[in-house]
Design a protein around this ligand. Sequence first.
Ligand SMILES: NC(=O)c1ccc[n+]([C@@H]2O[C@H](COP(=O)([O-])OP(=O)(O)OC[C@H]3O[C@@H](n4cnc5c(N)ncnc54)[C@H](OP(=O)(O)O)[C@@H]3O)[C@@H](O)[C@H]2O)c1
Length: 252
Amino acid sequence: MQIGFLGTGGIAAPMVEALAGKGHKILVSERSADISARLAAQFDEVSVASNEQVVSGSEVVIACLMADVAPKVLSDLPFREGQKLISVMVDVSVETLRRLVAPATDISVTIPMPFIAKGGCPLPVYPDTGSVQALFGAENIILPVKSEAALNAHFAALALSSVILAEMLTTADWLAGVTGDEAKAEAYVAALIAGYFKGMRFDGSGEVKTLLDALSTEGGLNATLRDRMQGAREELTEGLDAFRPRLGLPEV
Ligand SMILES: NC(=O)c1ccc[n+]([C@@H]2O[C@H](COP(=O)([O-])OP(=O)(O)OC[C@H]3O[C@@H](n4cnc5c(N)ncnc54)[C@H](OP(=O)(O)O)[C@@H]3O)[C@@H](O)[C@H]2O)c1
């Protein structure tokens, strides 16, 4: 397939890496010169092109622009009927995209994370036109959702990532304070948490609750610390709710 990237920054690069070596021809826009040049040098099938060439030469265009420049950039480009667009842009609605890339109508929005380069990335999609599945489905977890609000709620949920990493760091720092060995403390905490996720099926069958139940012996260290931190989980829900107006989600 001929695939084009508009914007060659922090998220475009790992998406190109995810698609490389699979028989596609990939055009990347001549921006972020260091990144586009690196990708073209690294992969035979990647070429650097103008935005116009990216759109005219691609069956699927993947828009990886910041929201503030997207309207100006997209509205000037020669999109055509039957062309597919995948947007990964936060804060650019489906309605706006339809207007900007007409007469192209096959539009999907998804939320990749940089680790898509290695696969295993959860990709919520709305609307689901099949493009995301076709390009990324073999190595990643495609999760079509029912509405734009449902998609946007995933932007809130992904903010959990840094909360968990921050808690891991706090625990490693505390551990190093006792052991005096920062490197081993970090290694221990990272491997401990990674170990819990190894082999998970990510099929929504309740594995998270099963793992948690297994760590719930009354009076045990896990249950004791968790009970003490109940307030933090209430704050987590409040923090997620605080994103509702910004993300256009219904109020509770
Ligand atoms: N980073 C993530 O983990 C992530 C995850 C999910 C979604 N997203 C979304 O992806 C989008 C891009 O994020 P990012 O982190 O990749 O940002 P970024 O690193 O700043 O990349 C933006 C890219 O757009 C290029 N650009 C600016 N003006 C352009 C123009 N007129 N024509 C073509 N390209 C132009 C920039 O080039 P120059 O460097 O030359 O200005 C840069 O290559 C955002 O909407 C963000 O919300 C990001």
